[in-house]
Design a protein. Sequence first.
Length: 350
Amino acid sequence: MISDAQVNPKEGFIITNQKDTIYGMIDYRTNTVNAKQCLFKADNASNYVTYTPGQITAYRFKESGKFYVSKKFDDEDMFFAEFLVSGIMNLYRKEVGFRKIYYVENEEGEVVKYENMEEDINYNHRELLIRTQGLYRQVSKSKRASDDIKIGNMSDNQMIKMVRDYHEDVCTSNEECIKYEYDAKKETTKCRPTIIVGGGYTSCNDHSLWEGNKGGAFYTVGAGIDFDRNRFGKGMVLQIFFLYSSISGSNKFYTPVNAYSLNAGVMYRFGLEKTTRFTTKIGLSRTLFEGEIKTNRDYNDDYNLLSYGIYAGGGIEVPVKNHAVNFNVEYRCFSLAKINIIQGTVGFRF
């Protein structure tokens, strides 16, 4: 049995082989995974059911409009083909890793397969022409569609334009040409600003870096942005944060050490949205340490150290309506672990 916490649920529907439409939630994964299976939970159902190609006629996501249908072409195994255009000529797509394979079906039901070429191979002009001969034959009734064919790799937009131009030139009825290909604008990345406050302790294992200072306690404030697209793995978030810390001075430091950090990494949130969740994160950090060294009674020297390091941490996220409060513990190390920082923070995500 598969739980909600193991999927990336999106609203949608399936069409059964009996042509019934059932609404519910569909696990939203990459195009490669979507071609192999449909993980679906009907409204008011308690469990997800896995459908393979042929067990249902089609399924579609409500938000993005992505539409998959069970298809079998020639000697290939049946798969869920992404339906891009429906009209006199139909266009389907399958993705296998970074490869894109298109299937162009004309009004007689004849299918031409077109696969984009590997970019790291140099093809001569004759080979490029051979790759597109099938497309030219398929759309020969339309000059506009023929002109849309490019010698080389065809993009999604070029394939869609070719099929739609063919429909407009050849269709003699009022049959509509429907574009099912998803609208990427409907999958906008959510940008969630966050502010944090906290404190911690820093230590220096190589005292020559800080002119004898062993480190000390500090307070920190910061602000950042979470970039959440929430498709390729529910709960995965990209983060960019700017932090300012004031580390208490000792020994030769006349003033506290100011630390300016830029952190960039990923955070993963376990569990369901709008519930209390554990989080973990990891990334890279660039920090500038600044201070003033007291060399004698009459002369002070500025101190600067730009260092690169890594950070890792974990915490708890508590929802507050459409926002969240975060409690985090984070460890950072710089200059090959010669400078170590551990801090605790409280944050608010808008």
